[in-house]
Design a protein around this ligand. Sequence first.
Ligand code: PMP
Length: 356
Amino acid sequence: MKKHNFYAGPSIMSQFTIEETAKAVHNFADMGLSILEISHRSKQFQAVMDETVALFKELLEIPEGYSVLFLGGGASLQFAMVPMNMLSKKAAYLDTGVWASKAIKEAKLFGDVDIVASSKDKNYTYIPKDFVVPADVDYFHYTSNNTIYGTELRKDPEVGARLIADMSSDIFSRPVDISKYDLIYGGAQKNLAPSGVTFVIVKDDALGHVDRPIPTMLDYRTHVKKGSMFNTPPVLPIFSALQTLKYYKQLGGIREIEKMDIAKAETLYNAIDGSKMFVATVPNHEDRSIMNVCFVMKPEYKELEKEFIDFATEKGMVGIKGHRDVGGFRASLYNALPMESVNALVAAMKEFEAKH
Ligand code: PMP
């Protein structure tokens, strides 16, 4: 029986994606060859790349004037590529956790960084609200979903600056007004594909405004010009991404997915809030992530945390141990996770509570 998979990433993938990928590993596009052993320049793979870009644009309703790229290096390389390509003098960053801090560290290599607000004082358990972005910055960067702490900014921020976001762990979980952004990036290994590919949505006219020399592979314009085929792209993860996008379209698109994601998150948060034993680590409901639900045991039950992990593991649940920076539990409810798995976790929590 398949496990209930709550891993934070790499994470659960749709069964459709896994099955279609497995088929292509054996025989891709009726070529009599595996997708693992063909040229990325073949017309069959070019068709995959073209369809992936087209469907990605369709589902996210990306307007004219933007390119969608599929690159290597993970979201972590984007922490450096963004400032290298976009930061002339000064950029503003919102510090909402480890990933945001890593992006800040890289940006400092290329110019001044104004950290407009930070939630570090409370171990990143909330989203700072009343920050001001100075008018003279090249851009404002934020992390829309903080995978480790379970906080999320689910509204596109209104700031008077060019907007850049790391959407690694919540892309395709809500409609995004892309026209507000100059660039959005993310590692694919949560809501899109196996690890190995990074998506970048970039406004074409946002590029080419910095004076520094940029190495060819790190220059977005190289990849825009060559349709992500300047060098050998991550062929298999891109193929898998296409299967996930097809599956999302079948489900009815992002608005339908968002409804399912909200229903799953509400089910789990309600169970946590209504329990005598568990407590959510993010108190403000508005700041709670619908992708990563973080919770701990109340102080009087603290010594039972390990026992609960073992209890849930016995019932076929994997990946609920919290990140070491937060402790307790984290249940990641990515798009491919069925409601049935959330119900199983809630039932396990109730049963455990009744036992104690
Ligand atoms: N940003 C966020 C929000 C993440 O969750 C992660 C990975 N979990 C990263 C960046 C880093 O991604 P990668 O491992 O693809 O470099």
